[in-house]
Design a protein around this ligand. Structure first.
Ligand SMILES: [Zn+2]
Length: 235
């Protein structure tokens, strides 16, 4: 037989578990988590867009510098062409001038691309920035509602804990340690009665009678090999 106080303690833990489960099922608890994930996503998007915008700014500055350099070279070539009379030299310089003009048009295309991407980024940035306050407000509202629900059960939780503290004073320490060890592993209930002399009251596993008798020889409880619960005799 297990101390009645230990069994009552366990029963109270069962009630605490139920309260905890109910809170986790609370609509506001679930929505609060969703709002949190969505606003984190949104913040990450904003940070990514920010970084990309900074990249584009650098690219644009580089492209503008390149345009400046090419323009200078073109002006120089044009001046030289004005002084040339030899046809071969003129052809050669014209070829060089055309090369520069081609490069210039490539850089101008690149600038257009940068500007277009910049516009897309600005639009996405506006979208994300306008979404964020709504998500933050949603989170706050759910948080507030959930805290209300949690506050409602608080007195009962405090009552249970106070009662458990009283019970613990008279519970055999060894039994309590066994209980803690098994329940910390996620099992509830820990102590279950032996049913019909051969069956675990937790997992309903049948055991040979001789094995059960051997386990109980000189002891008030045994461990179920199947589910790990502690089986006690109800007599
Ligand atoms: Zn079992």
């Amino acid at each position: 037989m297990i101390q009645q106080e230990m069994l009552t303690y366990q029963q109270l833990d069962g009630e605490l578990n139920r309260i905890e489960r109910e809170l986790r099922k609370n609509e506001n608890f679930i929505k609060r988590r969703q709002y949190k994930a969505a606003s984190q996503d949104c913040e990450e998007t904003i940070a990514r867009l920010d970084a990309r915008a900074a990249d584009l700014k650098t690219q644009l500055a580089q492209a503008q510098q390149t345009v400046q350099k090419i323009t200078e070279v073109i002006e120089e070539h044009s001046r030289e062409i004005g002084t040339l009379e030899d046809v071969d030299e003129l052809n050669y310089m014209n070829k060089k001038l055309n090369e520069q003009l081609n490069e210039l048009s490539a850089v101008e295309k690149e600038i257009k691309r940068i500007v277009r991407e910049g516009e897309d980024i600005a639009q996405s940035f506006d979208e994300a920035s306008s979404k964020l306050p709504r998500l933050v407000a949603g989170y706050r509202k759910c948080d507030e509602e959930f805290n209300k629900a949690a506050a409602e059960v608080k007195p009962r939780v405090a009552e249970i804990r106070a009662r458990q503290a009283e019970l613990k004073k008279v519970i055999d320490e060894n039994i309590f340690n066994v209980y803690k060890k098994v329940s910390d592993g996620g099992l509830y209930p820990v102590f279950v009665p032996l049913e019909e002399g051969t069956r675990c009251g937790g997992c309903r596993m049948e055991m040979p009678k001789a094995a059960v008798d051997a386990q109980f020889a000189g002891k008030s409880y045994m461990r179920c090999e199947h589910c790990g619960r502690i089986i006690f005799k109800n007599d």
